[in-house]
Ligand binder design. Structure first.
Ligand SMILES: [Zn+2]
Length: 59
């Protein structure tokens, strides 16, 4: 089972673009979208209280 060689059709959670994910955990079409989304989340985390921790987020 080579999970690292998967090609999964996905929709980027940031820009909505269709792309092929390399892993089941991939949620964005590019590092740019990944970073942009993380930045947005950090901003929101600063505004709101961090009451919810995303379990899918790598430590
Ligand atoms: Zn994207």
């Amino acid at each position: 089972m080579g999970v690292s060689k998967l090609k999964l059709p996905k929709i980027c959670e940031h820009c909505g673009k269709a792309f092929e994910a390399k892993t089941v955990n991939t949620r964005f079409c590019s590092d740019a979208c990944n970073n942009a989304s993380l930045r947005l989340r950090k901003k929101q985390a600063l505004v709101e209280k961090p009451k919810q921790i995303d379990p899918s987020r790598p430590i």
